[in-house]
Design a protein around this ligand. Structure first.
Ligand code: MRU
Length: 357
């Protein structure tokens, strides 16, 4: 199994200046092997996002911002109009990699806005300015993770068990994570928290990534199958659920990894608080409710051949939505970098975040 001793644990990082490259942990190989890969073109970045070498909403946003720089850094000799066309084409291309996490579109729109606000810069200067913007997106993500962790840990008491689903940790962000940053902050505050990690079928982000990440950070973690979540609640092993999100609508409906919806209902049935941890970059104020959040449909083979061997008969019909939407009414609070939103209503979300949007 991959050990982290002497390893560069940054989920992703830009190497060099202009020209440079995007280097990242290949999360498809964990926990068996710890491998870092380079992306030198937008195509490399698109495929890395699509196949989940880099995944998790905030990390996808950071990767896309750097992917945009990769698309223009060798195009600075082009006439200005052509250079700007290349910029737009690269952004549109990267936006097609995955549909649900809004951070991807948020980062690409922010990069393009900066480009249009600096229309007097030469292509060389603009490329440097956009690298600085991608670095700012990465740095701000790190700071948002730290703030969410501190706010979130105030909701937990030492001795509690907490269930999490998928991976919303350092591997999903540029910093300490969203949901998992709460566990790191709680540990720094001296609180003993026992984390229960759902394995998160079909791609096992909970088993492969969350349990690996928490184990490496010395956090007490117990892995369970997804189907055990209700029973650990019934047995009173967990007193809270904390997950991340991929897109939060204006009313608080929150898309996250498939299975989150079921967990939220289980938490409600057992009277357990259900918390979402999400930075402002994950909110989509263009969508009034979660009804219109696009849900990524993935390859059926993730279900029929997910564990490296055939696990379903040939020719079987398979439905494989990668995300579901938890209704705001099931969410006790949303923890953002600005503070804790509770109860989760459009008004409270707007009051906390809208001025920033
Ligand atoms: O398909 P993935 O692995 O990208 O899904 C990731 C999740 O659902 C995470 O919970 C979400 O992005 C929050 S990450 C901080």
């Amino acid at each position: 199994m991959a050990s982290v001793t002497d390893k560069d644990m940054s989920t992703l990082r830009w190497i060099g200046e202009i020209p440079g490259k995007l280097n990242m942990i290949d999360q498809t190989q964990l926990p068996e092997e710890f491998v870092r890969i380079d992306c030198e073109t937008p195509e490399d970045t698109w495929h890395a996002i699509k196949r989940l070498s880099v995944r998790g909403a905030p990390a996808i946003g950071v990767a896309a911002a750097y992917g945009l720089v990769l698309g223009i850094q060798h195009a600075t000799e082009l006439p200005r109009e052509e250079f700007l066309r290349r910029l737009k084409e690269t952004a549109d291309y990267l936006a097609g990699s995955r549909p649900t996490a809004v951070n991807l579109f948020w980062a690409l729109e922010r990069m393009q806005r900066v480009a249009s606000e600096h229309d007097t810069l030469s292509p060389v200067e603009l490329t440097e300015r956009l690298l600085a913007e991608a670095r700012a997106i990465e740095q701000e993500d790190r700071e948002m993770c730290a703030a969410m962790g501190e706010f979130g840990q105030t909701l937990l008491e030492s001795g509690q068990g907490v269930l999490t689903h998928c991976n919303a940790g350092a591997l999903a962000t540029a910093g300490d994570g969203t949901a998992l940053s709460v566990f790191y902050a709680a540990a720094r505050a001296g609180k003993q928290i026992s984390v229960y990690a759902d394995e998160t079928r079909p791609l096992l982000q909970g088993a492969r990534l969350t349990s690996w990440e928490l184990q490496n950070h010395g956090i007490d973690v117990t892995l369970i199958c997804d189907s055990m979540a209700g029973w650990v609640m019934k047995e009173k092993r967990v007193q809270a659920v904390i997950t991340g999100a991929d897109r939060v609508a204006a009313n608080g409906d929150s898309a996250n990894k498939i299975g989150t919806y079921s967990v939220s209902h289980l938490a409600k049935a057992h009277g357990i608080p259900f918390y979402i941890v999400a930075p402002s970059s994950t909110f989509d104020f263009a969508l009034a409710t979660g009804e219109d959040i696009p849900i990524e449909q993935r390859d059926p083979a993730e279900i029929s051949r997910g564990c490296g061997r055939q696990t379903a008969p040939d020719g079987i019909d398979i439905y494989n939505p990668a995300f579901d939407v938890t209704p705001a009414e099931n969410i006790t609070a949303i923890i953002t970098e600005k503070g804790i939103i509770s109860p989760v209503t459009s008004e409270n979300i707007a009051a906390m975040l809208k001025a920033e949007a």
